[in-house]
Ligand binder design. Structure first.
Ligand code: ADP
Ligand code: MG
Length: 335
């Protein structure tokens, strides 16, 4: 459906999108996840024909976005980061204007406007001035205009930014609903959002694609860093001795904050964390030592995201303070 090949975008000597390649197939909801400044909007602007690329190709259903922009653009509905809404118009007037610009006329225009108003639940506000609508409703108007012309692919750039929690849930539900009839690509810097809505995740950091998979598979990527945390009234030396014969323990460190009991963080490279927790339990029982608590810390998509974006930032460590800022931003968002 969409093929992006070696896409690069430079602003002066700054590379915002760096040799990005991926394929989007029909019928999925894709989440474009990355910290602020990762290059999400730049990539979406190029994919939708709103921005030129420095090099590389984007093909929509075989049409090159740079060589056959009109044919390619017909297949895409786009909600940019800052939707170009006309504040003095009503949703109905605005949708008529956009529909005409997309080449719709007469009965077909009317029918499609009615359909998108219904789908985006704008019926009650369709005759109010856009400037008087809440941010959530304005965003719906933006999504409604993207749906006009019935494009195969809907691309939404950070559609939930600036919305209150209830509006966020409504927009997420709307995106899931759209996913039933369209291929949807949306960007977000919020992990839980991507995890909740999409069935494919592209993680982008510093203009590079660092991961592309189903949310559950990405979590498995980090299963090797599974951690088991145990609390015991045995001494640190006794714990080390007790666990000396347990295989697949790759690392053990002790919590310095807890002085009453020993708290050990045990890392394993074993695929099945339960095999290791079972072996630890048996080892303690065999030595007659007491285990007060055992917690299994499994990797989740947040861990994958932090690891991948931090690693990619380390690779680019020469770019200085901006790198540090972006790590902080991504951590703020995901914790
Ligand atoms: P995201 O949408 O992931 O937050 P963007 O695609 O907006 O990221 O930006 C990627 C990088 O490119 C950022 O570092 C941003 O400052 C830079 N950038 C974006 N647009 C311009 C521009 N017109 N001129 C110079 N730099 C830009
Ligand atoms: Mg952006």
């Amino acid at each position: 459906m969409i093929s992006v090949e070696h896409l690069t975008k430079c602003y002066g000597d700054f590379t915002a999108v760096d040799d990005l390649s991926f394929e989007i197939v029909e019928g999925h909801v894709y989440g474009f996840l990355g910290p602020n400044g990762a290059g999400k909007s730049t990539t979406m602007n190029i994919m939708t024909g709103c921005l030129s690329a420095t090099s590389g190709h984007v093909r929509i259903d075989g049409y090159d976005i740079f060589e056959e922009p009109n044919k390619a653009k017909k297949l895409i509905g786009y909600l940019p980061e800052q939707p170009p809404l006309y504040m003095s118009e009503t949703p109905l007037e605005y949708l008529k204007f956009v529909g005409e610009a997309k080449g719709l006329r007469g009965a077909e225009l009317k029918k499609q406007i009615e359909e998108v108003i219904q789908r985006t639940k704008l019926t009650d506000v369709k005759n109010r001035c856009i400037s008087a609508l809440s941010k959530g409703y304005k965003q719906r108007v933006g999504i409604a205009q993207a749906l006009l012309g019935n494009p195969k692919v809907i691309i939404l750039d950070e559609p939930t930014v600036g919305l209150d929690p209830i509006q966020i849930i409504e927009i997420r539900d709307l995106i899931k609903e759209l996913g039933k009839t369209h291929t949807v690509i949306f960007s977000s810097h919020i992990l839980s959002e991507v995890q909740a809505i999409c069935d494919q995740v592209l993680i982008i950091s510093k203009g590079k694609l660092v991961a592309f998979d189903e949310p559950s598979k990405l979590e498995k990527l980090l299963m090797t860093t599974n951690e088991i945390i145990i609390t015991s009234d045995a001494t640190r030396e006794e714990i080390k001795e007790t666990l000396a014969d347990v295989n697949h323990i790759t690392d053990m460190s002790f919590d310095e904050r807890n002085t009453e009991y020993a708290v050990a963080h045990i890392r394993t490279d074993h695929d099945n964390i339960y095999d290791i927790s079972g072996a630890i339990f048996s080892a303690f029982a065999a030595k007659g030592k007491v285990l007060l608590e055992m917690t299994l810390k499994k990797a989740n998509l947040e861990d994958v995201f932090i690891e991948l974006t931090e690693n990619s930032n380390k690779d680019n460590a020469s770019s200085g303070s901006e790198t540090d800022m972006e790590i902080t931003e991504s951590e703020e968002v995901v914790r």
